[in-house]
Write a protein that binds this ligand. Structure first.
Ligand code: HEC
Length: 127
């Protein structure tokens, strides 16, 4: 009995920690995306580079969050892992395109990044 209660407490603490982490991480993701977009629109390369750095940090934290905790009655957990690795590829691609001053590729990567954000939210929220 005692063990069960302890296990319950431990797992709810874990879930709580992940929820705080995910909200903080996602708000960082949003901040990064906004900064990159502003950089595109104002032709400010530094804003784009700074935004990418924010995204990289957010994604590094995000890699340790178990998204499965947020998906109820769902068999799409593997899909969210795939989306996560796509996100990583897009961040790297965006960085490369910016370094090469190839803004056509850069905006394409940015668009794909956005659609990966939405793809996961669609699964998580049943949107
Ligand atoms: C692999 C899954 C996944 C990806 C990819 C993902 N998110 Fe999220 N996001 C979540 C989960 C899980 C939540 C928390 C549950 C919810 O809000 O429905 C969340 C919540 C959010 C929220 C709401 C946070 C709050 O405080 O209510 C924002 C904003 C957000 N994400 C932005 C982004 C942005 C921007 C990207 C892309 C750069 C992104 N997310 C990519 C899974 C993901």
């Amino acid at each position: 009995m005692k063990k069960t209660i302890l296990a319950l407490v431990a797992s709810s603490v874990l879930a709580l920690a992940s929820e705080t982490t995910i909200n903080a991480t996602m708000s960082l993701m949003t901040q990064g995306m906004n900064q990159i977009q502003a950089g595109f629109l104002y032709s400010n390369k530094k804003d784009i580079a700074d935004g990418i750095e924010v995204l990289e940090k957010a994604n590094a934290i995000f890699a340790n969050v178990d998204v499965a905790l947020f998906i109820k009655h769902n068999n799409k957990i593997q899909v969210t892992h795939n989306i996560n690795s796509n996100l990583d590829k897009n961040i790297k691609g965006l960085k490369k395109a910016i370094a090469a001053e190839n803004y056509t590729d850069a905006t394409r990567e940015y668009g794909e990044l956005t659609s990966n954000c939405i793809a996961c939210h669609k699964i998580v929220r049943g949107w």
